[in-house]
Design a protein around this ligand. Structure first.
Ligand code: ZN
Ligand code: ZN
Ligand code: FE
Length: 789
C-alpha cells in the first residue's frame, strides 16, 4: 500500500469453488499476491477458498480479469464470485486458518500422481529426501485416500499421526518454500516408512510373515528379486494394495490368474516409463497426455508386438490397459535393475471383491497369492481402485471412475434436496448430492457379491460423514432384485424418506445429460446389456426421447427370449440359438448351430425357447453382440462381463464397409396407440449365417455386423429427428465402451448434422447410473416442489 493514494485503493472478496484445496492454492496465491504488493487474506472454507484482496485499482482489475492466470497448475476454477468491499487500508497478506463453519460441502481433492519437482528430489543424492518414497508437496500426493474430514488439512487426514520434524515445520511455515502449507508433506525423519517382508506359505496353506522385516534399499532389492524370480508381490499404493508380477513371464501371470480365479479378464499393466509404454503399445499424443496426467489412470492402448508382455495378460483382446508409476514407491521399485520393465498391476483381492487396504488382510486372507509384501505405515482411509480411461474419437473417455477423480463433484442444473442415488448392480458407484453438487463414489463393483455390498454400505457411511450430507430422498433402479434396490427400500423405510425408482436406460441418458449439462430434449440412444423396463421385460437396445424430467420410449431392438434368464448373459450361445430360432424355427436352428459352431447338447435350451419358460424377453443390444460372437465361434461361455462383445470387437476389420440388411417393424405392444417401433435383426442374422457358410473371415463378418448396428442407430436417429425436431443425440450404455462402434457412430451422426453428447468424465456403463438417477430427481424436485421437499 506504500505509494498509493487512498482514492485508488480497491478491496474485493473472491469466493472460489472448484478444485482449489489441497493443490497448493493458498501458498501459490499468497506468493503471487504478495509479489503484487497486495494486502488481505486467503482461507479455505467448506465451500472452497475465500480471498480478500486489497490493492491499487490496476492490480485488482488484473487479478479479477485474469484470475485463472493466478492459480497453480493442478487447480481448476468452477465458480468465481467477486464482491466489492470497503477498503481497510491494511498492510500485509495473511493465510488464515481453515474455517469449518458454514454450509458444508467442499470437495476434498482427488489423489494426485507425484509431480516433477518431487521426482527430481527423489533422484538427487544431495537432497534430504533422496530416495524418500513419501515425498509430496502442495500439488501432488495422496488426498482423498487419506482424508478423515473436511476441509482437507493435515489434521483432517492420516498425516496428523506423523508430526512434522523441525526442518519440515520450517518449510511448512516458510512462505517462500514450495512446501509452504503442504498438508501431506514429510521427510525420512518424520514421515511414513515402508518395509518388505516375505510371505511363506506353509504345508497346510497357512501363511505367515517371515520375522525379518527389510527396510531401505534392502527392501526394494528383495521386492525386485521376488518379481525377477517370477513371484507375486503385494505393493501398497494410494487406494489399496496391488499384486504385481513380471508381465513377460507367462508362468507368473498364469499363477496369478489361478490364484485370483480370473481366467481371462485382462490385467492392468504398469510400465517403467513412457518409453517402455511406447514399446508395448501405440501411444497417441492424447493417450500420452492422460498417462502422464496427475490423475494417472490406466489407459487402454492398442497392443504392439513385444516380448515384455505375454499373451496371458489380455487374451483375445486388441488393447491392453497401461499406467505409469504414480507414487514414488513405484518409481523406486522400478529403479532397481532386477525389476522387470513392465509389471502386471492388478488389485489385490480375490476375484472381484474389494481391493485390500491393510497388510493384515494380505497376510491373513490372501497369503496364497503373494510371495512378498512391500508395505508402509501410512493408513488408507478410503479404498480406491485405479481409474480406467479409453481414448475414443481422440478424447479421453472414463470407463472406471475412481482414483484421481473421486470425490470431484459434477454440477447439476438445479438446487434440490440432498439425494442418495444407489446405482444399479454391476460396476456400481453411488451418488450423493448437496445442492447442485453431485458426488460420485469411487468404483465399488459388482454388488451381487456380499463383500462388495458391505463395501457399499461402509463407503456410504464414510462418504456421507466426510461430506456431511444427510440424504432427504433415495433413488434406485426399477429392478426389484438388485441388492441396491433393497438397501434403498430399507433406508427409505427406516428413515421415512421418499423413494424414487428410475428406469435404467433413462438413468444412463440422464448421466450423460448431467455430465454435459444439457437440459433440453434429446434423442437418447441407450445401447446396453441389462436393464429392467417399464413393461417388466429386460430392456437394452433403446431409443428414448428424453430430458432430465422424463422420457418416451420410441424404438427398441426386437424382443428375444433369454433362455435360462441371466445364464444367457454369461453363456451367449444360448442367445445365438434364440436368434437362430427367430429366423429358422427351432429344429433348423439347432442344426445350424451344430453346423456352424460345432456346438451340440442344445435340446434343453431349445425347449426353454419353445416353451417360453425361464426365457424372459429382452431387447438388449449386448445380448445381440453375444449371440453374434457365439455364431462366429469366438465366445460361447464368458468368464467376465462383456467378454463376448469385447472379443467380437477385437477382431473387427477396420476397413470393411459392407452392412447386412435389417428392418423396422411395429412394436410388440400392437394394441397400444403409442406402440413403439421395433428394429429387427432377423435378416442380419441370416446374412451372418450365409457369410459363415461361405467361409467369409470372422474379422469381416464382425465388422459387417458392427456396421449394421451403426447404420440402424443412425437411421433411427434420422427418423426421430423428422418426427420430433430434436437434433441432439446422447450415446450411452455399456455398449458405447465399444470403440469401433462409438467412433463410427460419432462420425456418422456428425455427418448427418446431429450434435452428439457423449460420455467423457462419467462412464457410459453402469458406473454412471447413480449420477443419472440423482440428476433426474434433481430436476423433478426442482420443478415439482421448487427445490423444497
Ligand atoms: Zn510434488
Ligand atoms: Zn520431517
Ligand atoms: Fe446399464
Amino acid at each position: 500500500m506504500n505509494n498509493t493514494t487512498k482514492n485508488s485503493v480497491k478491496r474485493v472478496r473472491l469466493d472460489v469453488k472448484g478444485r482449489v484445496q489441497g493443490v497448493g492454492f493458498r501458498p501459490h496465491l499468497y506468493r503471487r499476491l504478495t509479489e503484487l504488493n497486495c494486502a488481505g487474506s486467503i482461507q479455505n472454507t467448506t465451500e472452497g477458498v475465500r480471498i480478500e484482496v486489497e490493492s491499487i485499482n490496476e492490480n485488482i482489475n488484473l487479478i479479477t480479469d485474469n484470475f485463472t492466470d493466478f492459480i497453480p497448475a493442478r487447480a481448476r476454477v468452477d465458480e468465481l464470485e467477486i464482491t466489492e468491499l470497503e477498503p481497510r487500508y491494511e498492510s500485509g497478506f495473511k493465510i488464515l486458518n481453515s474455517s469449518s463453519e458454514g454450509r458444508s460441502l467442499l470437495p476434498i481433492p482427488p489423489d494426485m500422481a507425484a509431480c516433477d519437482d518431487c521426482l527430481n528430489e527423489l533422484h538427487k543424492s544431495s537432497d534430504r529426501r533422496y530416495h524418500y518414497a513419501f515425498n509430496t508437496c502442495t500439488c501432488c500426493g495422496p488426498r482423498f485416500t487419506i482424508a478423515t474430514g473436511i476441509p482437507f488439512d493435515r489434521d483432517t487426514s492420516v498425516m496428523s499421526t506423523f508430526p512434522l520434524c523441525e526442518q519440515c515445520r520450517d518449510e511448512f511455515e516458510n512462505r517462500k518454500d514450495r512446501r509452504f502449507h503442504a498438508q501431506t508433506m514429510s521427510c525420512p525423519q518424520c514421515g511414513p516408512q515402508f518395509q518388505f517382508f516375505h510371505v511363506i506359505t506353509g504345508e497346510g496353506g497357512e501363511g505367515a510373515a517371515s520375522p525379518s522385516l527389510l527396510r531401505g534399499d534392502a527392501a526394494f532389492s528383495a521386492a525386485a528379486e521376488v518379481l525377477a524370480q517370477g513371484g507375486s508381490l503385494a505393493v501398497k499404493g494410494l487406494g489399496g494394495f496391488h499384486i504385481a508380477c513380471d508381465a513377460a513371464n507367462t508362468r507368473a501371470v498364469s499363477n496369478l490368474r489361478r490364484a485370483k480365479r480370473r481366467p481371462h479378464k485382462p490385467f492392468g499393466l504398469m510400465a517403467r516409463d513412457m518409453t517402455v509404454a511406447e514399446s508395448i503399445c501405440m501411444v497417441t499424443p492424447e493417450a500420452g497426455k492422460e498417462l502422464s496426467s496427475e490423475r494417472a489412470p490406466i489407459v487402454l492402448l492398442p497392443k504392439q508386438t513385444t516380448e515384455l508382455v505375454c499373451d496371458a495378460v489380455a487374451p483375445n483382446r486388441d488393447s491392453t490397459g497401461v499406467m505409469l508409476p504414480y507414487t514414488l514407491l513405484h518409481t523406486l521399485l522400478f529403479s532397481r535393475p532386477e525389476t522387470p520393465p513392465v509389471l502386471v498391476m492388478t488389485s489385490c483381492n480375490r476375484s472381484d471383491e474389494p481391493i485390500a487396504i491393510s497388510s493384515e488382510t494380505v497376510k491373513d486372507d490372501l497369503n496364497d497369492m503373494v510371495d512378498g509384501v512391500l508395505d508402509h505405515n501410512r493408513p488408507i482411509t478410503n479404498r480406491c481402485d485405479d481409474s480406467v480411461v479409453n481414448i475414443i474419437g481422440g478424447e479421453p473417455v472414463v470407463l472406471r471412475r475412481s482414483r484421481g477423480y473421486v470425490p470431484e463433484p459434477v454440477l447439476l442444473p438445479y438446487d434440490a434436496p440432498a439425494i442418495f442415488a444407489v446405482g444399479a448392480m454391476w460396476k456400481n458407484t453411488f451418488t450423493l448430492t448437496s445442492g447442485r453438487r453431485a458426488y460420485q463414489s469411487q468404483y465399488i463393483g459388482d454388488v451381487s457379491d456380499a463383500e462388495n455390498m458391505d463395501y457399499f454400505e461402509d463407503t456410504f457411511r464414510k462418504f456421507s460423514n466426510l461430506l456431511r450430507i444427510k440424504p432427504q430422498v433415495i433413488a434406485c433402479d426399477m429392478h426389484p432384485d438388485y441388492p441396491t434396490t433393497r438397501i434403498a427400500e430399507k433406508l427409505s423405510e427406516d428413515r421415512g424418506l421418499p423413494l424414487v425408482r428410475v428406469q435404467h436406460h433413462f438413468a444412463h441418458i440422464c448421466s450423460c445429460l448431467a455430465q454435459t449439462r444439457e437440459t433440453e430434449p434429446v434423442i437418447g440412444v441407450s445401447m446396453d446389456g441389462t436393464g429392467y423396463g417399464d413393461d417388466g421385460h429386460i430392456w437394452g437396445g433403446e431409443f428414448l426421447t428424453a430430458d432430465l424430467h422424463g422420457y418416451t420410449r420410441q424404438y427398441h431392438f426386437q424382443y428375444m427370449p433369454m433362455p435360462g434368464g441371466d445364464k444367457a448373459v454369461t453363456e451367449p450361445y444360448r442367445m445365438a440359438l434364440a436368434y437362430l430360432t427367430d429366423v429358422y424355427g427351432i429344429d433348423r436352428a439347432v442344426d445350424i448351430m451344430k453346423e456352424i459352431t460345432g456346438r451340440t447338447g442344445l435340446d434343453n435350451i431349445a425347449m426353454l425357447i419353445d416353451n417360453h419358460k425361464f426365457a424372459p424377453l429382452t431387447s438388449s443390444c449386448g445380448r445381440l453382440f453375444g449371440a453374434v460372437a457365439s455364431l462366429l465361434g469366438i465366445r460361447h461361455l464368458c468368464t467376465y462381463e462383456g467378454q463376448a462383445a469385447c472379443e467380437l470387437e477385437a477382431v473387427a476389420a477396420a476397413d470393411e464397409t459392407q452392412v447386412y440388411p435389417y428392418s423396422v417393424v411395429a412394436g410388440k405392444r400392437e394394441n397400444s396407440p403409442e406402440a413403439p417401433g421395433c428394429l429387427s435383426f432377423r435378416e442380419t442374422i441370416a446374412g451372418i449365417v450365409e457369410d459363415i457358410r461361405k467361409n467369409v473371415g470372422i474379422s469381416v463378418v464382425s465388422a459387417r455386423f458392427h456396421n449394421t448396428v451403426i447404420k440402424a442407430i443412425i437411421d433411427t436417429c434420422c427418423t426421430l429427428r423428422k418426427n420430433t425436431g430434436d437434433r441432439r443425440v446422447v450415446l450411452t450404455g455399456g455398449v458405447m465402451q465399444n470403440k469401433y462402434l462409438n467412433e463410427r457412430l460419432l462420425a456418422g451422426l456428425n455427418d448427418c448434422g446431429f450434435t452428439v453428447l457423449r460420455h467423457q468424465s462419467v462412464p457410459a456403463n453402469d458406473g454412471g447410473i447413480a449420477l443419472g438417477q440423482a440428476a433426474h430427481y434433481n430436476a423433478v424436485c426442482k420443478v415439482k416442489k421448487n427445490g423444497q421437499y
